[in-house]
Design a protein around this ligand. Structure first.
Ligand code: ZN
Length: 172
């Protein structure tokens, strides 16, 4: 259903960097140099689309996305030698500021965290339906819009689930 949008390997990767660079064993590789958590691989086009700095700085090779909330690093090279932080990214990154009312949660169809929080259950369902409809109409561009380089629906569902719980259960 949502495969075309959410699958990591898009067919339109013609502008991708050659992947022949590295097949080194992944030991500490893949861990964020700042927080030590394992980053999720992102496509080169995602990094290029989201950076606000000159792309001359983008090196060949693979980048990963750090989703640790209190870590400023957004992208880092697989070998850990290069990092791009929230300052270098043109969007507010949901994983870094998940509680900000103005933080986008769906970057393709422009839904914000605050909007979702303010909506009734019915309204929230409509947002999910809107996102799903957009995905099915092939109108999304998660790899170019969403800093995580993948579909937002998992984040949306997780947030809505969290909102269902009483506030007291949400702490910690
Ligand atoms: Zn990190």
């Amino acid at each position: 259903m949502s495969e075309s949008c959410c699958s990591a390997e898009a067919e339109n990767a013609s502008c991708e960097l050659p992947s022949g660079t590295a097949n080194r064993p992944a030991q500490s590789e893949g861990k964020c140099p700042e927080c030590g958590q394992t980053g999720k691989p992102v496509q080169g086009q995602t990094v290029k689309a989201l950076l606000s700095v000159s792309l001359r700085q983008v090196s060949e090779g693979r980048y990963r996305f750090c989703r640790t909330q209190n870590c400023p690093v957004v992208y880092f090279s697989a070998d850990g030698g290069q990092i791009f932080t929230v300052e270098h990214v043109r969007e507010v990154v949901y994983q870094k500021q998940p509680d900000g009312a103005d933080t986008p949660i769906c970057y393709c169809f422009q839904h914000k965290v605050g909007d979702l929080r303010a909506l009734s259950l019915e309204g929230q369902r409509e947002v999910v339906a809107d996102i799903n409809a957009g995905i099915q109409a092939d109108q999304c561009a998660c790899d170019l819009r969403n800093p995580q380089g993948a579909c937002c629906l998992g984040n949306v569902r997780a947030l809505l689930k969290e909102l269902e719980r009483p506030a007291s259960a949400r702490m910690g």
